[in-house]
Design a binder for this molecule. Structure first.
Ligand SMILES: [Zn+2]
Length: 439
């Protein structure tokens, strides 16, 4: 797959309008930003002009619209501008506003697309970061939303929308490219159900709301200033919201999002699940599983450090150190001939979890001995906390063993966070503690 570059805006551009909740005038400006900056909102109207990262960690509420915040600063209804930036291929930008909410425009993402096109989109000198879906993931909500993320080479959204009593059921499946988004998705307007908004209108909570910026569904009828822009405008708007909410992941998602009755809450749950998976794969990102002379240790070298011998040496070599606190070891479970496979279990060979913990302990010990530069002592395994076995390890697998030193008290006690990885997935993890005693 060819490398794709990160993009930002060619220049600043903006527009003014009404904010949905307060009904006040607001000016929004989109500004270029450097590589790896991501999307940040800037509150021009507040002292010190605080910025808020458009990241799922900053998600505050998902009722009717998506609100993010840091400290006491909030930005409401971020999903349409985020959808436009993401779908039009902008990775890095500042969204500057003089209110707590972008102008609502006509309730669609079209106004933002126009601003982005006026600003232009330009390539930057760094490659784009993607979240590639490796295994299906899904989230479900009590209200009947179901979102499934399947592997795909591109971002595709397959969405089913259904209103009360399954009225206005619509389905659309489409790849998301800038051209498709601009033509097919961005013009689709927000729609609301009369029974949901009437109480808000009564409480004066949506001062800027009108038929200028939303379609109102009352029973079987549709109230709107202009006719529907698409016969299936509702499902198209649902796709806008999905793209906007998933933009909070911070990386471009490559996968097929299958969404049934999606909403901001379920979308945000999926974004969270992706972020968790992202953190996990970042933790296990291994450049090359090959031995690099200066960084690693071969079997002879590590046997000078560890007293363990076959069949209890659970690491073949060390493929690298990172600073003083991280190490990665590797154990190739070449064949079924590993002694433990034969008895664990006949006809169904899996590597025993306790041996994975032993592998973590041995790799962590190499790190600790290297630090103390002393081999006149023995490390004893004191405790193992939060040990989890997530997936079976089978004959033929290569086990990557990662250890990170988290605490060292004097030179007698040490703690290490460890995990084992097979095929880029964590198979086991645990926090180990060691004591050192003189031989
Ligand atoms: Zn929306």
């Amino acid at each position: 797959m060819a490398t794709e570059l990160q993009h930002t805006l060619g220049k600043a551009a903006g527009f003014s309008g009404t904010s949905l909740h307060t009904g006040e005038k607001v000016t929004l400006k989109l500004l270029p930003a450097p590589v790896d900056h991501g999307i940040k909102f800037k509150r021009k109207d507040l002292q010190d002009e605080p910025t808020i990262d458009a990241k799922i960690d900053n998600l505050k509420t998902v009722e009717r619209a998506t609100t993010i915040g840091e400290g006491s600063v909030r930005v409401h209804t971020v999903e349409h501008v985020l959808a436009a930036l993401s779908a039009m291929g902008v990775d890095n930008a500042i969204v500057e506003m003089d209110a707590n909410e972008p102008p609502i425009g006509d309730g669609s993402a079209q106004a933002y697309v126009e601003v982005i096109k006026r600003a232009g989109v330009t390539a930057q000198e760094a490659s784009r970061r993607f979240f590639d879906v490796r295994e299906p993931m899904h989230v479900e909500s009590k209200t009947g939303s179901l979102l499934i993320l399947l592997p795909d080479e591109k971002l595709r959204i397959s969405c089913t929308q259904a209103g009360p009593g399954n009225r206005f059921t619509q389905f659309l499946s489409t790849e998301i490219t800038p051209a498709i988004f601009e033509r097919e998705i961005a013009p689709a307007r927000t729609f609301v159900y009369y029974e949901d908004v009437q109480p808000l209108v009564d409480k004066n909570l949506i001062k800027g709301g009108s038929l200028e910026n939303a379609i109102v569904v009352r029973g079987e009828s549709i109230l709107s200033k202009e006719p529907l822009r698409f016969p299936d405008e509702f499902v198209r708007h649902k796709i806008v919201d999905i793209i906007g909410d998933l933009a909070l992941v911070g990386q471009r998602v490559r996968g097929n999002v299958v969404a049934v009755k999606p909403g901001h809450s379920a979308n945000a749950e999926l974004a969270r699940a992706i972020a968790r998976e992202q953190a996990r794969t970042a933790a296990v990102a291994i450049k090359q599983p090959t031995f690099r002379g200066e960084g690693g240790l071969d079997t002879d070298e590590l046997m000078q450090i560890l007293p363990h011998r076959y069949p209890f040496l659970m690491v073949d070599r060390v493929i690298g150190f990172e600073g003083e606190s991280k190490i990665t070891g590797v154990k190739k479970l070449v064949t079924i001939n590993e002694p433990f496979f034969q008895g664990h279990f006949p006809g169904h060979p899996v590597m025993p979890g306790v041996l994975q913990v032993e592998a973590m302990a041995q790799v962590a010990c190499i790190l600790l001995f290297r630090l103390s530069k002393s081999s006149s002592r023995l490390g004893y395994f004191l405790s193992a906390d939060d040990v989890k076995f997530r997936k079976p390890v089978l004959p033929g697998d290569t086990l990557f063993i990662h250890a990170e030193l988290t605490k060292a008290r004097g030179n007698r006690l040490a703690k290490a966070k460890c995990h084992c990885v097979v095929n880029d997935a964590i198979v086991s993890e645990g926090e180990l503690m060691f004591a050192f005693l003189d031989k």
